[in-house]
Write a protein that binds this ligand. Structure first.
Ligand code: DGT
Ligand code: CA
Ligand code: CA
Length: 573
């Protein structure tokens, strides 16, 4: 697969940002931004359109000129004109704009006034307190910029798991077209379902005479072949993402899977165990002296060093090796265990489908229940519901439930937690609902103490059930707000409140570590999608990935229960 819509949108967004910093033409900037928006929201692939020689300029916000540039980008991998702009403005400034949300105009001001040429310069200026001295800037903005820089430095080119998965699965499909490929697995952080992925590590076994390496380096989306060999090659894709492919002999496939799935910390931990048994373990196998005693399967490799098979999501050296030794590994939850979704939006507020369409789609997934949770009125989201409208929604759900078979629609609401900790709808209406999903959507900047108090106060309301996306973070975009989660979890448990693991791939909130914390504290979790469309119900698997990384089992998650069990789990203390 050639360039994805996401890549195309990003490169145009970057053009807009850099031109803005340079102080270029407003019209051009807007044109790029609008076009990027169009491409981002498009339901079909721009690359496909180009292959089919469809006219891109029929799309909204894309004129003949831009259509030509996009076509060149998709075919050649370089966006016309971007090199020139990058020569005059440090391209990292693009990330600063994106991450800190400062906007091109303000970044331009800094850029002009302080003559920064690189990210390093900008960092230095911030650390020396020079940014706050500029007119219209303060200490807070300076802080925000410095945080933006460290996010850029930390995350580098790491991709969100969902984005990486799409890129990699397209490539794997391409490789599988070689009928001589026998096994192919994406190892590394991708297999461990880490929330972001640095690069992809693909492993394969093949029959004699396979052309898989050629296929790999000749892939359409390749920007650069970094290394090319018989058993290992590396490529850099146009998105900047690096992929390694290793072709292995059957006898060491399992050992290679263990080694390249990692994590590095896990590998070190199991090497220690092997060492105690006087075995050597590496990517080729488990060895006693020179003799390979295991290597073909992962199970065999773990077995030889006295461990049961350990699920990839657990391989982080967070106690899994000790638990394995004692036979105490968790029985991880899986997507099949989920019986319903408790956080779903419809057309009535900002979703894309009707309630009935969402309910039928949930049923098609095999769900027994689905909870509709429109926004409450406070939100800036268009059409957030007022009390009267919630009443109407309740009647609508009752009516629909009479009509539907084998699925029950639950009446929920995504109610705002206001700054003072009160909920955004009166108790008189909340009590009519089956449950509430409660969320912080604004005033993210409160101190940890204040934010924690705000949420605890909200939990004092006896109609509070589930704390939605408990930290508010957006992957690679917005840091979690400050909040004492441990305290929130303990108090939630006391009150019979639940925490959400929001599966939206931009959120994954709670994260893996928080899931483990919840398990240890004993507070139950609802794994929800926050779906705004039918397709997004599919996001549940991303949540389950993080749940598994957090050692969660079926019993830790309320929406693995039957309707009766769920109702009991939702009961407040
Ligand atoms: P990433 O790519 O940063 O998201 O994370 P990983 O875990 O995929 O790391 P990567 O691609 O650098 O390496 C893939 C696996 O190879 C890693 O999970 C464990 C293994 N590995 C890499 N370097 C070392 C090493 O120095 N020692 C050991 N024991 N294993 C390593
Ligand atoms: Ca990797
Ligand atoms: Ca790698």
């Amino acid at each position: 697969m050639p360039a994805h819509n996401n890549d195309i949108a990003e490169v145009m967004e970057k053009m807009a940002n850099l031109i803005e910093i340079k102080g270029g033409n407003q019209y051009r900037i807007r044109a790029y931004r609008n076009a990027a928006q169009t491409v981002k929201n498009l339901s079909k692939s721009v690359s496909d359109m180009i292959n089919k020689e469809e006219d891109l300029s029929t799309l909204p916000n894309i004129g003949k000129d831009l259509a030509g540039k996009i076509k060149k980008y998709v075919k050649k991998g370089a966006f016309p004109g971007i090199k020139q702009v990058e020569r005059s403005v440090p391209p990292e400034l693009n990330d600063i704009i994106r991450i800190s949300g400062l906007g091109g105009k303000r970044v331009k001001k800094i850029y002009d006034a302080l003559e920064v040429k690189t990210l390093e310069d900008l960092k230095k200026a911030g650390e020396e307190g020079k940014i706050r001295e500029l007119k219209g800037f303060g200490e807070k903005t300076e802080q925000k910029i410095l945080e933006g820089i460290s996010t850029v430095e930390e995350s580098g080119k790491r991709l969100k798991l969902s984005v990486a998965e799409k890129i990699i699965s397209d490539l794997v499909e391409h490789l599988k077209k070689d009928k001589k490929v026998k096994n192919i697995t994406v190892a590394g952080s991708n297999r461990r379902k880490k929330e972001t992925v640095g690069d992809a590590d693909i492993l394969a076994t093949c029959k004699k005479g396979s052309g898989v390496m050629d296929r790999f380096v000749d892939y359409e989306d390749v920007e650069k072949v970094i290394a090319r060999g018989k058993t290992k090659s590396s490529i850099k894709l146009r998105s900047g993402f690096q992929v390694d492919l290793r072709v292995l002999p059957e006898v060491s496939y399992g050992a290679a899977l263990v080694y390249f799935t990692g994590s590095k910390a896990h590998n070190i931990a199991i090497r220690k165990i092997a060492g105690k048994k006087k075995f050597k373990i590496n990517e080729y196998g488990v060895f006693r002296g020179d003799k390979r005693i295991a290597g073909k399967t992962e199970k065999g490799v773990y077995g030889k060093i006295g461990l049961p098979y350990i699920a990839p999501e657990l391989r982080e050296d967070r106690g899994e090796v000790e638990a394995g030794k004692k036979g105490k590994l968790p029985e991880l939850v899986s997507t099949d265990d989920i019986r319903g979704d408790l956080h779903v939006h419809t057309k009535l507020t900002d979703g894309k489908y009707t309630l009935e369409e969402m309910a039928r789609a949930a049923k098609e997934r095999g769900y027994e229940y689905v909870g509709v949770t429109e926004h409450s009125k406070h939100l800036t989201v268009a059409g957030g519901l007022k009390a009267k409208e919630v009443e109407r929604e309740i009647r609508r759900v009752d009516k629909l439930n009479k009509k539907l078979r084998k699925i029950t629609v639950l009446k929920g609401i995504e109610v705002d937690i206001l700054e003072d900790g009160s909920l955004d709808l009166p108790d008189s209406i909340l009590k009519e609902l089956d449950y509430t999903v409660c969320a912080v959507h604004y005033k993210f900047g409160l101190s940890a103490k204040k934010q924690t108090e705000r949420v605890l106060k909200a939990m004092d309301n006896k109609y509070f059930n589930i704390l939605a996306h408990p930290t508010g973070r957006m992957l690679k975009e917005r840091e979690a707000y400050e909040i004492d989660l441990e305290k929130i979890m303990r108090e939630a448990k006391k009150r019979g409140c639940l925490l959400e693991l929001n599966s939206h791939p931009e959120r994954l909130d709670l994260n893996d570590v928080h899931c483990k914390m919840a398990k240890d504290i004993g507070v139950k979790i609802a794994v929800n999608t926050d779906a705004h469309s039918i397709g997004e119900l599919e996001y549940i698997r991303y949540g389950i990935g993080q749940a598994r990384r957090g050692w969660l089992e079926k019993k830790d998650i309320v929406n693995t229960g039957t309707m009766k069990q769920l109702k009991k789990a939702l009961k407040r203390k």
